[in-house]
Design a binder for this molecule. Structure first.
Ligand SMILES: Cc1ncc(C[n+]2csc(CCOP(=O)(O)OP(=O)(O)O)c2C)c(N)n1
Length: 889
């Protein structure tokens, strides 16, 4: 029912009047509300039988608040007294228990009250507490109700399945205790206390295989990760042990990472069905991997034949403290239904061990459940007792089937405990003595379940044999050498070199082809009416390419996109207002002014070449969206993925993704990416915030050719840079500082020859004669045009201007070759418009000094805590001073 807090009394009055005229005219819930209301009125007057309606209210209350009384916490005794669900709260009494009531919208249409209550108790107040009545869509609620009430929310498990469940529990428990014994004192972030997560995951994957799922991508943090690798991914135990031993027997690529952060993938077979399961590599930074997993899933979903959302399942495993505390969780939930980012629903598994490091829930969240943030999606949230494996299997079944049917996120909270300290060397009694006293006396879930199975008639010998098998397997593995692992992931990357190279990449396009590309990129259907100004912009774009002159930035970018897609490669662009472009230069998606319909001209190539062009306006977040696009790019090395910041400095909201994935994934996990980041940059007097994209931050992250950092100064350079990104032998994340004012600067144009000529120039030499040169100005980006204008106006022909278009990796040989042409006594200056502690200066200074054999002169803004001044007037004075200094006698 619509929350009564949000509706006005007038609205309710109107509904009531409508109900009085025709009860069928109002929604079902309001109908029963008004029925109850009228019965209440009747009771106070002639007191007819109000009890049938009260029974209906009782049913509704169980569905709404039953979860509050469910027995789901292994550390707290269950409450059997449910004050708000007692019969007298509904005007019913013990005598009514034997009486038969007709019900509406309930699994027992006619039953004694005691049976009705029993179904409700079992379904809603046993080992699964479910929140679902906040879901506004009746079909979804009814589906859940029927699934749960008809089974009392319990799975009917076969004998084999029960044994398999016990085996998984034993594997989970014994894996931890084995490592505890054999690798004393080593951190493993034990799963103990939450071992039932292993049979739960095992069941999810197996059940998923029966529901058409072919890929599962899991993102998870440290807790239980090694256990999941061993017992879900079947990563050879001997390899895991070799990592604990940390000797020379296993291969490390790059710098490597700790064992509980590494990714893995494998195939699992169920009869004739194959399911590929991947575990995303992740950094320590909790929850940062979530959007990455979503992006990876989306890329796979788009590239599989058939219904991708049904075939690929994202599964995120969270800790309770992190799920409640990390903002990126809300961001990722918010992506889940957006056109450019949805993945057909994610299963979220929250391992609620009721503590985060040493912090208790009372200090970790302001909400009742750690999962409350997920309620915003109007999705079901299941809270389940962690020592009840069969209840967890039921929860997993419902969650998966709901996700497959309704394509929405579902949350399962496993309420458990953490047997040891945060890691195994940590003493939990320092901070939680009482809690840990209770935990000390807990039996492992495997023991609890074993006892249950014995009570159900299983033979002790049969159950003990399972435990012996598990122990033997661990012992045997310890004796075996590690395997050479072959991962499916690498296939896509097989033809791509790990090594960066300065070898030129021919990115030219023939003259005729340019005309064809721009014609397609500017075409609109006959029945499409663009805005008058857009029509003229498209016309101008087309004629500039046809005439081969004054091709501007937007046109250069469109040509790059069109040429890549025409070659059969796909492009995804995502960012805030990217379709139009924050600065009005792109107009990649057009709107029909009569119908509002959208049209993306570049999509036309999909029909001919198979290359798709997709562009999305993103939600107003940086971290989740960049993480998503990074994940997408890792899955699509042969295509181009571009994430665009509204202004470059906003990318700092995604710093975790930049530091932990983009800059370092190759070194840590041998995972590269060709993600391209567009970061608008340029000092234009707009104040401290929108001037600098913080070039210095990216340069500080550079080492071992991990990133490409570029500040292209012409449309054709952007064209070649983007084409190089998909045609080079290697893949590296590309950081592009993109212009704002230059988008319309009359000098910032290219000619057709610039596009048909070879390729990207890491450094652009000056065209002037070298011999009389007295000073060389080295610069990058927009300031070049200010310097050029001054030189033209003042005929300072003895000063050369060289543009460093790729700041990292710096093409030293090329620069040296260019500088060799200048006379001995030439003075060298680095000119930038950024502050002295910003831009490329600090990064390039030692390199240029070494290259030239002497210190280079700095011309630019002074060092400053803020990237730019607030006053436009002061900005202009500063800019003028820089230019004057560059040309001073
Ligand atoms: C963003 C971030 N902040 C802090 C940490 C340090 N840290 C690692 S685990 C942890 C507690 C996590 O608690 P919870 O999410 O409940 O998972 P649990 O370890 O209990 O399974 C903290 C604070 C981190 N890894 N990432």
């Amino acid at each position: 029912m619509t929350s009564t807090e949000n509706v006005s009394p007038q609205w309710i009055e109107a509904q009531y009047q409508s109900y009085q005229q025709n009860p069928q005219s109002v929604p079902e819930e309001w109908r029963s509300f008004f029925q109850g209301f009228e019965l209440g009125l009747d009771r106070s007057t002639s007191a007819p039988d109000h009890k049938p309606a009260e029974v209906q209210t009782l049913i509704r209350r169980y569905r709404e608040i039953g979860h509050l009384y469910a027995c789901v916490d292994p550390l707290t005794p269950c409450e059997f007294d449910h004050p708000q669900l007692q019969l007298d709260k509904f005007g019913l009494d013990q005598a009514d228990l034997e009486r038969t009531f007709a019900t509406d919208n309930f699994i027992l249409p006619n039953a004694p009250l005691k049976e009705i209550v029993s179904v409700l108790e079992e379904t809603y107040c046993r080992s699964i507490g479910i929140e679902f009545t906040h879901i506004p869509i009746m079909e979804e609620r009814k589906w859940l109700q029927e699934r749960m009430e008809s089974t009392r929310n319990k799975l009917d498990l076969s004998r084999e399945k029960k044994l398999a469940t016990l085996k998984k529990l034993l594997q989970a428990t014994r894996f931890e205790s084995f490592i505890h014994r054999k690798f004393v004192g080593q951190k493993r972030f034990s799963l103990e206390g939450g071992e039932s997560v292993i049979p739960l995951l095992d069941h999810l994957i197996e059940h998923g295989a029966g529901l058409e799922i072919e890929h599962v991508i899991i993102g998870m943090a440290h807790r239980g990760r090694l256990n999941v690798l061993a017992n879900i991914y079947d990563k050879p135990l001997e390899n895991i042990f070799a990592e604990f031993a940390d000797n020379e027997t296993f291969k490390i690529v790059g710098e490597g990472d700790v064992k509980y952060h590494k990714g893995y993938s494998t195939d699992r077979k169920y009869g004739d069905r194959n399911i590929h399961i991947s575990l995303a590599s992740n950094p320590s930074h909790l929850e940062a991997v979530d959007p990455v997993v979503e992006g990876k899933c989306r890329a796979r979903q788009e590239r599989l034949k058939g219904d991708g959302e049904q075939l690929v399942l994202p599964l995120l495993i969270h800790g309770d403290a992190a799920f409640a505390g990390q903002g990126v969780v809300a961001e990722v939930l918010n992506l889940s239904q957006l056109e450019g980012y949805k993945t057909g629903g994610t299963i979220h598994l929250v391992i609620n061990n009721q503590i985060g490091f040493t912090t208790l829930p009372v200090d970790a969240r302001s909400t009742c459940y750690p999962t409350d943030i997920a309620k915003m999606l109007m999705s079901p949230i299941l809270h389940v007792h962690g020592d009840e494996p069969e209840a967890l299997l039921q929860a997993a079944t419902i969650a998966l089937e709901f996700r497959q049917k309704f394509r929405k996120d579902v949350v399962i909270e496993v309420i458990c405990y953490r047997k040891h300290g945060h890691n195994e060397g940590d003493e939990p009694f320092f901070t939680q003595p009482k809690m840990y006293e209770a935990i000390r006396s807990k039996q492992p879930t495997a023991e609890i379940y074993r006892t249950q199975l014995l009570q159900e008639g299983f033979a002790e010998t049969e159950l003990d044999a399972l435990a012996t098998d598990v122990e033997n397997e661990l012992e045997n593995a310890l004796q075996r050498p590690p395997h050479e692992l072959e991962e499916g992931f690498m296939k896509k990357w097989a033809k791509i070199s790990r090594d960066f190279s300065f070898d030129p990449v021919d990115t030219s396009v023939e003259r005729q082809e340019l005309n064809r590309l721009i014609a397609a990129a500017t075409a609109t259907p006959d029945d499409f009416t663009p805005h008058r100004k857009i029509a003229s912009l498209l016309k101008k774009r087309k004629s500039s390419v046809e005439s081969g002159e004054k091709i501007d930035w937007g046109t250069g970018e469109a040509l790059a996109f069109a040429s890549i897609v025409a070659e059969g490669k796909s492009i995804r662009v995502s960012g805030q207002d990217s379709r139009r472009g924050t600065f009005n230069h792109r107009h990649a998606t057009l709107s029909d002014i009569e119908t509002g319909r959208n049209h993306t001209p570049l999509d036309i190539f999909a029909h001919n070449s198979g290359g798709h062009f997709t562009i999305y306006n993103s939600m107003l977040s940086e971290m989740a969206v960049l993480g998503f696009d990074y994940g997408y790019s890792v899955e699509t090395p042969n295509d181009l993925t571009i994430w665009e910041a509204q202004f470059g400095d906003f990318a700092n909201g995604a710093q975790v993704i930049i530091d932990q994935f983009i800059a370092s994934s190759m070194a840590k996990w041998d995972r590269s990416s060709g993600l391209t980041m567009f970061l608008p940059h340029g000092y234009e007097g707009q104040g401290p915030e929108h001037s600098s994209a913080r070039i210095e931050r990216y340069l500080q992250l550079c080492a071992g050719s991990n990133l490409l950092v570029s500040n292209p100064s012409t449309p054709a350079q952007l064209f070649h840079l983007l084409r190089r990104q998909v045609n080079a032998s290697y893949r590296r994340p590309l950081i592009v500082f993109t212009p704002k004012a230059l988008l319309r600067h009359p000098a910032c144009t290219s000619s057709a020859e610039d596009f048909t000529a070879a390729g990207f120039q890491e450094i652009i030499p000056d065209q002037l004669e070298n011999k009389d040169c007295r000073r060389v100005l080295l610069c990058s980006g927009k300031i070049y045009y200010d310097l050029l204008e001054h030189r033209q106006q003042n005929s300072c022909e003895d000063i050369a201007i060289i543009r460093v278009e790729q700041l990292y990796p710096l093409h030293r040989d090329l620069l040296l070759q260019i500088l060799e042409g200048y006379p001995q006594q030439t003075e060298y200056c680095w000119v930038q418009e950024e502050t002295g502690n910003g831009g490329a200066w600090d990064h390039l200074r030692p390199q240029l000094g070494k290259l030239l054999g002497s210190e280079i002169t700095y011309i630019g803004r002074k060092r400053s805590a803020s990237p730019a001044v607030g006053s436009h007037r002061v900005h202009k004075l500063e800019q003028q001073r820089i230019i004057e200094q560059a040309f001073a006698e």
